[in-house]
Design a protein around this ligand. Structure first.
Ligand SMILES: *Cc1c(COP(=O)(O)O)cnc(C)c1O
Length: 224
């Protein structure tokens, strides 16, 4: 093991220790080269999350996929679904009906049911993906017509904010919506995942009920 591997292992174990055994750690691997992703996998990472279709395709064959799930976590254009439908285990950024219809079409052709999270835009930020918070339930209901989509829960990237109280408020708000939707039991849904929390705030997110965190910089270091 190189010093770099030892450092990586330490960081991964620190995040794991902080979130506890019931929370899934997704290593967010944008800009991280495949060798380093594979080192993280050797250190026990079981799920990676990629943001960009092209980057995922470029790295895909070099990633040691025998022991890792690949999630798509970035904004996804409808016309790119065909490139990744057979490659990813989950799409965390489902946020429109046209996108859902495309996932349905591609996965039906593959004979595959795609696990998806509905991305929620908590404060209506225009630059970000996600369905408006108040439309979350209606959107989840509308996905019941797609037999090759299995809704597993919600994902969010809350607004940047320095204030702790405000941050906690965002995480509580998405957790409450997650509970509401889980209680409702919609067709084709098996709601058990709340994906919230990144390097700067995963501990807070987990304290507020998140059970999946997507962590990049705290594992791999700052991105250039
Ligand atoms: C980059 C990214 C993360 C991880 O962010 P870090 O601050 O590096 O932990 C999580 N989720 C999404 C959607 C991302 O794009």
């Amino acid at each position: 093991m190189t010093n770099e591997d030892i450092e990586l292992r330490k960081r991964i174990e620190a995040v794991r220790a902080a979130v506890g055994p019931d929370v899934t750690l997704v290593a967010a691997t944008k800009t991280v080269p495949p060798e380093r992703i594979n080192a993280a996998i050797r250190c026990g990472v079981t799920v990676i999350g990629e943001n960009r279709v092209q980057e995922l395709l470029d790295k895909y064959d070099a990633i040691d996929r025998a022991h890792v799930q690949v999630h798509f976590i970035g904004q996804l254009q409808k016309n790119k679904v065909k490139y990744i439908a057979d490659k990813v285990d989950m799409i965390q950024s489902l946020d429109s009906l046209p996108l859902a219809a495309e996932i349905e079409k591609r996965c039906a052709a593959l004979g595959k049911t795609m696990d998806c999270l509905v991305e929620v835009n908590l404060e209506g930020e225009a630059a970000k993906g996600g369905v408006p918070f108040d439309e979350t339930e209606a959107f989840v209901d509308s996905l019941a017509v797609f037999p090759h989509i299995r809704v597993r829960g919600l994902m969010t990237v809350p607004p940047k904010c320095e204030e702790d109280a405000k941050k906690l408020g965002y995480f509580r708000k998405i957790y409450q919506k997650f509970i509401d939707i889980r209680t409702k039991k919609v067709d084709n849904s098996f709601i058990d995942i709340l994906s919230a929390g990144m390097s700067g705030d995963y501990a807070q997110a987990v304290a507020c009920g998140s059970n999946m965190v997507r962590v990049g910089r705290a594992i791999f270091g700052e991105r250039n």
